[in-house]
Design a protein around this ligand. Structure first.
Ligand code: PEP
Length: 245
């Protein structure tokens, strides 16, 4: 199955969500693609009725590494499950860079999500410097091994290959790089999990838009996309979804 997931980040508000949902209601959604939206926590209950009516997944953008207790401001995996969330982004480069999330924290968050039967959407990717120094494979392998250390049940896992330099820059990675790096990720997962790795979905993320989506989706190894900026406008997002067929 192919997935196209929106990451609204902190770039959305009530009015923009109303517009998004109203546009969605006028469109026929695609049967061959699973769509989802990772929304800020406070809008989970606002988007859930409409998104689930269209069989779209509802996601969060963050989760606590702790199960429960005195963690002011945190949201646990159990709370997400109770609100009807299906998946949660972990390891996004914005959280790694701006909020100091280490691979160890990312690993703990993945465990918390799996305990609640929620799908972790793990983002990995190299910085521009690492890309220019040809260290991409090393970085991807290290992130996969550390972020997934002791994670046994992987059938629910979604990975997004997101080169940090392609996120929000309008400069997507080349199809050659996307193919090479996603194949490397799949190969590495194969070594870690054997045949079970075939259940893991690997998306591409980084400045996907309605113009470049089709050429990216033509790559057999790409199981879909994680879309930031272009997902705020429902019509643009649906154009990306439709270029998957
Ligand atoms: C993202 O933040 O996950 C992302 C892919 O953003 P954008 O599409 O804006 O590059």
């Amino acid at each position: 199955m192919k997935y196209i997931i929106a990451n609204w980040k902190m770039s959305i508000d009530d009015a923009k969500i109303d517009k998004f949902l109203n546009t969605l209601k006028t469109q026929v959604s695609s049967k061959n693609v699973v769509c989802g939206v990772a929304t800020p926590f406070v809008y989970i209950n606002k988007v859930l009725p409409t998104l689930s009516q269209y069989h779209w997944l509802v996601g969060a953008q963050n989760v606590s590494f702790a199960e429960s207790g005195a963690y002011t401001g945190e949201i646990s995996a159990k709370m997400l499950r109770e609100q009807g969330v299906n998946f949660c982004i972990v390891g996004h480069s914005e959280r790694r860079v701006m909020f100091g999330e280490t691979d160890e924290i990312v690993n703990t968050k993945i465990q918390r999500l799996l305990e609640q039967n929620l799908t972790p959407l793990l983002c990995i990717g190299e910085t521009l410097e690492q890309h220019e120094q040809n260290k991409t494979n090393l970085v991807l392998k290290k992130q996969l091994q550390s972020d997934l250390a002791d994670i046994k049940y992987v059938d629910k896992l979604i990975i997004a290959y997101e080169p940090v330099w392609a996120i929000g820059t309008g400069k997507s990675a080349s199809t050659k790089d996307i193919q090479q790096n996603i194949l490397f990720i799949k190969q590495t997962l194969g070594k870690m999990y054997g045949d079970k790795s075939q259940d893991i979905t690997v998306l591409y993320g980084g400045s996907v838009n309605p113009k470049n989506a089709q050429s990216i989706f033509l790559l057999n190894c790409v199981d879909g996309a994680l879309v930031g900026g272009a997902s705020l406008d429902c019509q643009k997002f649906l154009d990306i979804v439709h270029s998957m067929q």
